[in-house]
Design a protein around this ligand. Sequence first.
Ligand code: GLC
Length: 476
Amino acid sequence: MKILFVGAEALPFASTGGLADVLGSLPAALKRAKGDDLDIRVVLPLYQSVNEKYRKDMKLEAEFQVQLAWRSQYCGIYSYDLQGVTYYFIDNEYYFSRGTLYGNFDDAERFAFFCAAVMEMMPKLDFYPDVLHAHDWQSALTVIYLRTKYSWIAEYQKMRCVYTIHNIDYQGIYDFDILGDVFALSDLERPIVEYNGKINLTKGAIVCCDRLTTVSQRYAEEIQTDYFASGLQYILRMYSGKVMGIVNGIDVDYYNPATDPALLETYTPRTVEKGKAKNKAELQRVFGLPESPNTPIVAMVSRLASHKGFDLVKYAMEGLLSRDVQFVLLGTGEAELESFFENLQKRYPEKVSIMLAYNKDLSKQIYAGADIFLMPSKSEPCGLAQMIASRYGTVPVVHEVGGLFDTIHPFNPETKEGNGVTFYGYDAMDMLDAVIRTIDIYNDHDLWKVLRSNAMKMDFSWASSAGKYLDMYEGL
Ligand code: GLC
């Protein structure tokens, strides 16, 4: 079976969030599960930020011109093999030699070019996958092109396609004046992408794909409701027969406290007591907080966006800080939130420490050194941080939503089951109550050991989800 993943980012090459984790680990997991019977390849843009250490070993596979409406643009295809997976890179410096991955005025054109290049790459490499698997709006046009511009060509007709929504808040919405000029679609194709009077690329992919997946079971249900769908509920209900949820896994080798080179001291479930104590002291040093071994550290590693639950955190912070607790935060984002936390840090220098950055190694030091991991997202398609925290023995406190609901099960002190603490209502006081309940368990050392060990024992590897993807591909 031949599969081609299409997406805008993949670790270790380019990353701004969870999508990169998935595209960097699911293909290898599929390969492990299926072995030689599976030929899996991934394609993404060759951004300026892709490190020289990968570039120098890339192989030039093809060079050709891509036609996008009236433009004719150069396209180079480079390849790099990693863990049995071939990664292809679409090279065009005009589009991808920019300081950032997204946020340019011409993102629509950049990713339209990317999608057109992916479609044109197939005959050049003589690689026609059995399943084209596109991820998020930046690659939605491949699914749309497959069923429109390319639908008369035999090789493309045989192809099945899957579209995965990693976050429904980002849909690729544009005005109709660029339908032909940028997306190279004709008026006949207009109804496919039209939604609420605009071009909506996600909607187009929902219509055109054979299967629509999202990254947790719960989120698959949620996106068919008005509250969570960001406006797409009608179309998702219409096509609900296509929709399924498969929960993400994490790369358990990359996120492994027993071997992680980013940690001061590695540890296993057996040595967790000592290991976490050392990492905690180091974390307190790095973040400039008093080295107090018995003060619980509540941590957040997150994009600073209100939908990540910060509108609750803002209200609950004073209540939380009235306790013996330390709070550390790593992330960047909305200016208003950044200044809120800067201000909080000034007022509580002994208790609050923040770093406004996106830093993989530092995030791992937090997963290892903190005690409690707070993730109160308003909506969360899957979420990876709660699984990573759990694996590092940092107890997650989460809002019961999306993938958080699917992966974190509330601890019951009677039965001793559960790997975290959860709250139901999206409410600051409910959240604060959950954190305080967790601190109470923390202060009961025997109970805490049980909860922490439950958390560490969870299997968040890709193994079972990889099987579900393979079943779906086979079915198609
Ligand atoms: C997006 C979602 C996140 C998910 C990730 C990978 O970043 O917001 O919940 O875990 O994609 O699927």
